[in-house]
Design a protein around this ligand. Structure first.
Ligand code: NA7
Length: 548
């Protein structure tokens, strides 16, 4: 029992947080600052979330490190020195561990513990959280900080169980690393993980065969080391930079060229694309013009440019033909940011197999069979992506009011208000849940905004003696429609991507993130200013609607 909070005596904890990634760690920090008793359950043996698991060679963030970092404490941002423009996974994991130690978070982090179920008790306004160590605890607030790319998509390939070689998933990479020396390696999947790992595996393996289902757009990251002068210059204006990114649609400083692509001549477009390609690279490339994600005609111009670049880099015309997307929409699937990806196909030890028309038939004991042809390999690396945005939420058997199952409620796609809460599941908060900008923004900024919003909300509930908060059904319905209406203004729904869940067989195709971080922040501020408009707040013993 703990008596720090007036209502705590009823429950084991004030708050249970699931996940010790960047969201869970900051959430814990904020809850503790409020004097609340909180615990974080984490299935891994350490902090870092996606950066704990995705240790594949070449794993690197596609958002600049000076921005892909916490902003809640200026001392932290002044003292930490990012070595590169885009940091590699080991450096990001080191940072996560530094934060855990610096803020003494570990006493409240419980590792190697998987949350199995969470059940809401209507009469006591409490959640009971059951974990795989056979224990259960009660809590007033239940916060899912489980990340957006945390559950692997593992396609079922016939014969995989009988494969005699080694099998690896980029999303669950061995901590001790993998030595491919002297091995023939198959890589399945050419999203960001496949594209980042390809040059590294090719440099080590005897032979690398890449199995590509859909050609992908990728732009050189233009990664480089950061000098002390550069770091200090950013540190000197950190406050200004952070304020600026809060007002940006992707919560990052892409140096947007605020001009529509179709308003300039073809020559000028090419000049700008070349400049972006050579000087900015990565996701910044899509800020070459302000309409590339909204206007398919504009998007075609950038697609043509990248296709031309691929043909320019890849010497074997057959390989280039397979690698170059045809009729693809750039950025519809998340744009990849690479270091030497297309160049790797010029190596003699790298092959490419197109599985777009003839899918992988089966995995045999000694290799991969496609269209009757056997490709003998020693190792298979699956870079087949994630059950994104909802996988981890639905991995827990969450039961809300009257025993309603979240899996049932979201069977036709996630339904939330602001990506924060869902009707029927009081006091359950999601950090960067579906319906919030999350993956369409700099995740660290979205995490900052959501954790602050959740902790401010909890503070409000505590001071007002409110025992339950959940959205109104009408607010949720309107928000779900709004998320889709906004997405329909863009090119995002025009392909099969993990933003839509269409990368996972059987998953309902619905657009999950919210396009427009700045608009979203304004909406949240308005909701709070209007006394949590669209939410139902229940004072002890009474039920009332906050506002309409
Ligand atoms: P992605 O981007 O979802 O990529 C997964 C890749 O795996 C993609 O090329 C898929 O092809 C391919 N895939 C999936 N299933 C199969 C089967 N059955 N056969 C052949 N190929 C298959 O995941 P990543 O991990 O690379 O990146 C996810 C995000 O992490 C990324 O966007 C960054 O934000 C960081 P498809 O395109 O579906 O035809």
């Amino acid at each position: 029992m703990d008596d720090r909070s007036p209502i705590t005596s009823k429950s084991d904890f004030d708050a249970i947080v699931v996940g010790a990634g960047f969201a869970g760690m900051f959430m814990l920090h904020r809850l503790r600052q409020q004097g609340l008793k909180a615990r974080v359950f984490e299935r891994g043996s350490g902090v870092g979330g996606t950066w704990f698991w995705n240790r594949y060679p070449g794993a690197r963030c596609d958002t600049e490190s000076m921005e892909y970092s916490y902003q809640f404490d200026d001392a932290l941002q002044q003292e930490w020195n990012w070595p590169e423009r885009y940091s590699a996974q080991p450096e990001i994991l080191k940072y996560a561990n530094h934060v855990a130690d610096r803020y003494d978070l570990r006493p409240d982090l419980q590792f190697n513990t998987k949350v199995l179920s969470a059940t809401f008790d209507d009469t006591r306004h409490l959640w009971t959280i059951a974990t795989d160590d056979g224990k259960a605890v009660t809590t007033r607030y239940f916060i899912m900080a489980t990340g957006t790319l945390s559950v692997a998509n593992k396609p079922k390939f016939a014969g995989l169980d009988g494969f005699k070689g080694r099998v690896f998933y980029t999303s669950d990479w061995p901590h001790e690393g993998v030595d491919f020396t002297g091995h023939r390696v198959a890589l399945i999947g050419t999203g960001s993980s496949g594209i980042q790992s390809t040059p590294h595996i090719a440099a080590q393996a005897t032979r690398l065969t890449v199995f590509q289902r859909t050609p992908n757009f990728s732009v050189p990251a233009n990664n480089r080391g950061l000098s002390e002068e550069e770091r200090n210059a950013t540190k000197a204006r950190y406050g200004e930079l952070r304020n600026f990114t809060y007002q940006q649609p992707f919560a990052t400083d892409f140096h947007m060229n605020d001009v529509p692509a179709m308003s300039v001549s073809a020559e000028e477009r090419r000049r700008v694309y070349e400049e972006r390609w050579n000087q900015h690279g990565g996701l910044h490339f899509m800020a070459a013009f302000n309409d590339l994600m909204f206007n398919s005609e504009a998007n075609k111009t950038v697609a043509e440019f990248i296709v031309e670049k691929i043909h320019g880099v890849v010497k074997d015309p057959k390989k280039a033909e397979i690698l170059a997307p045809k009729n693809g929409v750039v950025g519809c699937k998340r744009l990849c940011s690479d270091t030497g990806y297309f160049e790797t196909f010029n190596r003699d030890n790298v092959d490419l197999v197109d599985v777009s028309k003839s899918p992988i038939e089966e995995i045999t004991a000694t290799g991969i069979r496609v269209d009757g042809v056997d490709y003998p390999v020693d190792d298979i690396v699956f870079a087949t992506g994630f059950d994104a945005m909802t996988g981890a939420m639905l991995g827990v058997d969450i039961r809300g009011r009257n025993g309603e199952s979240l899996r049932d409620k979201w069977a036709a796609g996630p339904r939330t208000y602001l990506g924060l809460q869902t009707v029927g599941f009081p006091n359950l908060f999601m950090v960067t849940g579906p319906g919030s900008p999350s993956v369409l923004s700099n995740m660290m900024v979205s995490i900052d905004q959501h954790v602050n919003l959740i902790s401010d909300t909890i503070r409000h509930l505590e001071s007002a003696g409110i025992v339950e908060i959940e959205p109104e059904a009408a607010a949720e319905d309107a928000w779900v429609n709004h998320v889709n209406e906004v997405a329909d203004l863009t090119v995002y729904p025009s392909c099969n991507s993990w933003y839509l869940g269409s990368n996972v067989p059987g998953k309902t195709r619905v657009f999950m993130p919210y396009v427009g971080f700045n608009t979203y922040v304004a909406k949240c501020e308005e909701v709070v200013a209007k006394g949590y408009e669209g939410f139902v707040l229940v004072p002890s013993g009474k039920k009332e609607t906050a506002s309409v």
